[in-house]
Design a protein around this ligand. Sequence first.
Ligand SMILES: [Zn+2]
Length: 403
Amino acid sequence: MNEFVSPRTRVALLSCRNVCGGTEVLTTYRLRLYPTRTQERLLNETLETCRLLYNRMLADRRENHTGFYEQKRVLVGLKKNSKHLRAVNSQVLQDVVLRLDKTYQAFFAGLAKRPRFKRKARYNSFRYAQLGGFRVIGKALRLSKIGSVKMKLHRPIDGTPKTCTVIRDIDQWYACISAKIGSSEPIEPQEGKAVGVDLGVVNLATLSNGRTFGNPRHLDRSIIRLKTLQRRLSRKKKGSNNGEKAKVMLAKAWRRVRRQRDDTAHKVSADLASGYSTIVFEDLHIPNMVKNHNLASAITDASWGQLRRLTAYKAERRGGRVILVEPRGTSQKCSGCGEVVPKGLEERTHSCPNCSLVLDRDVNAARNILKLGLERARMEEQPLLVQRRRISKFAPVKQEAYG
Ligand SMILES: [Zn+2]
């Protein structure tokens, strides 16, 4: 696979697909579950048991500095004395220990914050790590210690299911089943059209060829309802029945916004991945940008990170690639001659005094992004590597005009 990655120049490849053994590929299916009342109670109990175990293991790690393997042994001891733990599948329990260890690894590597104790609302999934703990039988999902749960199989599962994550989304349940698609032929890298993408708030994406994708601003359209619900919640007594109801209403309103965002990101990414074989984005450090409160909600609403991630895996599947480049200076430089033409945020047009090029500001930036991306692609050929970003205070910040 020819992806170009270099930690030095921070040309990173984003991907949510795992490549195992070169040609074998994991794909994830998200399927809606329809548990019965009893099953739902069992699912909720499983989540609660997992959460308590997670918190207990976290406390143990903080106090006694135990490691992963030690904790796995501790778990065996705990199970002997707890009927709650014994009521949960052992793969699921072991996965809790593994999850905590992964969070710690990410923390030690500087990729995440220190692991925290989980509140009830913050613990919404558990995982069966091997087939056997779960099984797809017709239109049902057999979960060990839960039972056979009705499932909406909106498309057939290709390949062998490997893991199954059960997710609670307020009042709905989902199963994310990752399946290994047999070692097919390696995907041929596609040669073809390349495009640079400038992400923005006015337009969600502007391409180097002048095409734009508008920003639907889902949050703006729901903000009045969200504020009303938030106010209603704040008037209710904490922990009361009515308070809980108001909380659920608010969470559902947010879920609606989230799903609208996902929908937009899926459509735009599918469009990009099907139209171009090389897609260049800016390597924006989004968590840092979101610290700017004026911009935070606008950026989150545009869901740039999601868009890049989805484009990366869709492009990869088609033999295309996504390249990330340093964002510094892309909007100031002239894409025609390279002259630096300083401009304020409100200036929407790039007009170069040197080569008299006049272009839309964002198209100019997108052309610079494309140029940088193609340079990087020529410079370095390195094996595929999926990178996560370090948390850094000094990552470049994109300037964005937003009223
Ligand atoms: Zn110029």
